[in-house]
Design a protein around this ligand. Structure first.
Ligand SMILES: Cc1cc2nc3c(=O)[nH]c(=O)nc-3n(C[C@H](O)[C@H](O)[C@H](O)COP(=O)(O)OP(=O)(O)OC[C@H]3O[C@@H](n4cnc5c(N)ncnc54)[C@H](O)[C@@H]3O)c2cc1C
Length: 537
């Protein structure tokens, strides 16, 4: 069963190592656990529905509560501390594309707003219910969860778009294939959500991001179905798949996706390499990315993230042996950076790529410490988000900010974002524990991903004000240094104000006009990506 007011499933819990508690206490002070809103109290906030009867729609209050939010920090504050205000008037569960199209007809006839709902893992306010005079329908893709067919010769699979990560992988693996798309939200997010937000998986350097994997599909819209057949390549004008990718529920409902699949690889390895300093480490991964080496992932942690990860591992004996070994190799505690590097393929391909990669990393004083850290990371990678539940219970809020920039700006942007976030809570005399890594490393640049923790305040209003101060400072720093406002999480509500900085006025106009053409009554997820017509969107 999914947790209604936090991350993941009820049967999974993650403890925090004592060292990590001490580190947080030392950096930002002891967290104060706060009284949580019980489910009954949250349900009492759900008003009567404004929706008429329909066989595919439920007005059940628990369903409406669960579909009223995603996983952004404002969502967490509302659910855990208070401030739940807006709920969909009902939730529909179509089981076919035709039922989804019928629901659009019903929405047009009864003047409804629609929010497509995948796995509900958005972290930027994609699912926030607008303050609309019109009834709002959350359209869950949950029942559209089948693998329809596999074309092994063309390496394509046709899937229903509501399929969640683990179910999709299990169905593909039964045919000897994988999609290889592993965002950290893999357990709960869906194929349609990945496409609608232009998501990136952890091994995107090998398999490609979702924009590469999404070969075509079918979206139902107010203008009828928009169908993109798969082609190996096409010069037939602009590629309409890119209209669907990143559309964030504004155009229509993606009901079917055709994806590029790969045979299950013989080897899938993750190694850990340490560097004496950030500067050397960045140069190492930049050289590697430009050298055409076939790695599946690179995750280069800053010195603070390296330290935090080692403390979080909680295995004191192993960590102290590691530190002693690194000291012998002249890699100190304070400035050392850990880089996880992965390889996927046949035994021979992996051995060849690893040899080449390590020869480059060694030139930059990289020291390999073997596979145990990397393999442990791989085993627990989908468990890490459960720490958000544990930390909130202890009185700490967790959020992330992310961008991507070209190599000339990587270190500067990371430093600017970190400095902006570190200062943001000065008016409250509060600190932020923050750390960053580069993942998704490309020949021309890299994504930068910063995790931040701060203390939950006594009231939801103040917790939100603290978060807003951090988010605004970080977003301004990203725009100032020329980064994209999102490498992988999308725009939603929280990044909307900054989109113009990279799209420009003409770009924004193209988006607005396209949405207005496809959805003249502004029913589809209004207010996300670009402003909507309804009051409050
Ligand atoms: C702990 C955690 C870790 C994360 N890690 C990553 C990561 O590693 N990489 C990454 O890219 N993202 C990550 N995310 C962000 C999030 O998981 C992604 O944005 C994901 O793609 C959202 O998918 P979803 O199915 O949950 O979509 P939802 O959150 O349900 O919806 C997101 C948006 O897509 C629209 N949408 C969903 N399905 C459809 C559909 N079928 N048709 C039309 N529109 C649709 C919705 O209307 C909404 O606007 C993480 C989030 C969390 C909470």
């Amino acid at each position: 069963m999914r947790i209604w007011n936090g991350w993941g499933y009820e049967h999974v819990t993650m403890g925090l190592a004592t060292g990590a508690r001490d580190l947080l206490k030392d950096r930002i002070g002891e967290g104060m656990p706060h009284r949580e809103i019980p489910l009954e109290q949250a349900l009492a906030c759900v008003p009567d529905s404004r929706l008429p009867d329909h066989p595919l729609i439920t007005r059940d209050k628990k369903e409406r509560l669960v579909h009223s939010h995603g996983q952004s920090l404002p969502d967490w504050v509302a659910l855990r501390q208070g401030g739940l205000e807006r709920f969909p008037d009902g939730v529909a569960f179509p089981a076919t594309g035709q039922e989804a199209q019928e629901l659009l007809h019903f929405a047009a006839k009864r003047d409804l707003v629609i929010i497509p709902y995948g796995g509900g893992t958005s972290v930027v306010g994609h699912l926030t219910v607008p303050a609309s005079d019109r009834p709002v329908l959350s359209l869950s893709l949950e029942r559209l969860n089948r693998l329809i067919s596999v074309d092994a010769r063309s390496r394509l699979a046709i899937c229903e778009a509501g399929v969640r990560g683990p179910d999709l992988e299990a169905q593909l693996r039964a045919h000897g294939f994988t999609l290889g798309h592993y965002p950290q939200s893999f357990e709960c997010s869906t194929l349609g959500g990945w496409v609608a937000t232009r998501s990136s998986g952890q091994q995107s350097s090998h398999y490609g991001s979702i924009e590469t994997l999404f070969a075509g599909g079918e979206m139902v819209t107010f203008r009828g179905p928009l169908v993109c057949p798969p082609f190996p390549a096409s010069a037939a004008g602009p590629d309409l798949r890119h209209l669907i990718l990143g559309s964030e529920g504004r155009l229509g409902i993606l009901v079917k996706a055709i994806v590029r699949i790969s045979p299950i690889p013989e080897r899938d390895e993750v190694w850990a390499v340490f560097f004496p300093s950030w500067e050397r480490a960045v140069e190492a991964v930049r050289s590697l990315a430009g050298a055409g080496v076939r790695y599946s992932m690179i995750r280069l942690s800053s010195p603070t993230e390296t330290l935090t990860n080692l403390v979080l591992a909680g295995r004191e004996r192993m960590v102290s042996l590691l530190k002693r070994y690194l000291e012998l190799r002249h890699i100190g505690d304070a400035q050392g950076c850990m880089c996880l590097i992965g390889f996927v393929g046949s035994r021979r391909q992996v051995a060849g790529a690893r040899r080449l990669a390590f020869s480059i990393l060694r030139k930059h004083r990289g020291v390999s410490v073997g596979r145990s850290i990397g393999e442990a990371w791989k085993r627990h990678r989908f468990r890490a988000p459960y720490l958000r539940n544990t930390l909130w219970d202890m009185g700490y809020a967790v959020d992330t900010v992310e961008t991507a920039v070209t190599w000339d700006k990587v270190t500067e942007t990371m430093a600017s974002v970190e400095a902006a976030v570190a200062e943001a809570l000065a008016p409250w005399h509060e600190g932020v524990h923050l750390f960053s890594h580069l993942s998704h490393v490309y020949p021309i640049g890299s994504s930068i991903y910063t995790t931040l923790l701060f203390r939950v305040a006594d009231t939801p209003e103040e917790t939100l004000a603290r978060w807003r101060a951090i988010k605004t400072s970080a977003s301004h720093a990203i725009v100032r240094t020329g980064g994209t406002i999102s490498h992988q999480h999308g725009v939603g509500l929280d990044h909307r104000a900054y989109l113009g900085a990279e799209k420009g006025p003409v770009g924004l106009e193209i988006l607005r006009e396209t949405f207005a053409h496809m959805d003249p009554e502004h029913r589809m997820n209004p207010g996300k990506l670009v402003e909507g017509q309804d009051h409050g969107t």
